[in-house]
Ligand binder design. Structure first.
Ligand code: FES
Length: 95
């Protein structure tokens, strides 16, 4: 099994201990990066994995990372902007 010996995090695991949204989830909300929400768990988890490895991704790197997920609603731009905002917040950049 590919999952043997690995930790698995689902979208429910992104929330913070106090139940608040993670910076990434918050950035999706702030940037209107979801509409129907169908693609959102996949977009969040792909973005979460990207930011864990690369705290300063370029737009091209973000688009590559989320490329396995289809979104019929947003046109992707707001998703890219949300990931960029979350990356900045997680790095501690000033707004
Ligand atoms: Fe509807 Fe992405 S928000 S498919």
């Amino acid at each position: 099994d590919l999952a043997d010996g690995h930790d698995i995090t689902t979208v429910e695991g992104l929330e913070q201990e106090d139940g608040a949204l993670s910076p990434l989830q918050d950035a999706f909300w702030e940037n209107h990066a979801l509409q129907c929400g169908y693609c959102t768990p996949g977009m969040l988890m792909a973005s979460h994995a990207l930011l864990a490895q690369n705290p300063s991704p370029t737009e091209e790197e973000i688009r590559h990372a989320i490329g396995g997920n289809l979104c019929r609603c947003t046109g992707y731009q707001q998703i890219v902007e949300a990931v960029q905002m979350a990356a900045g917040k997680m790095r501690g950049d000033r707004p």
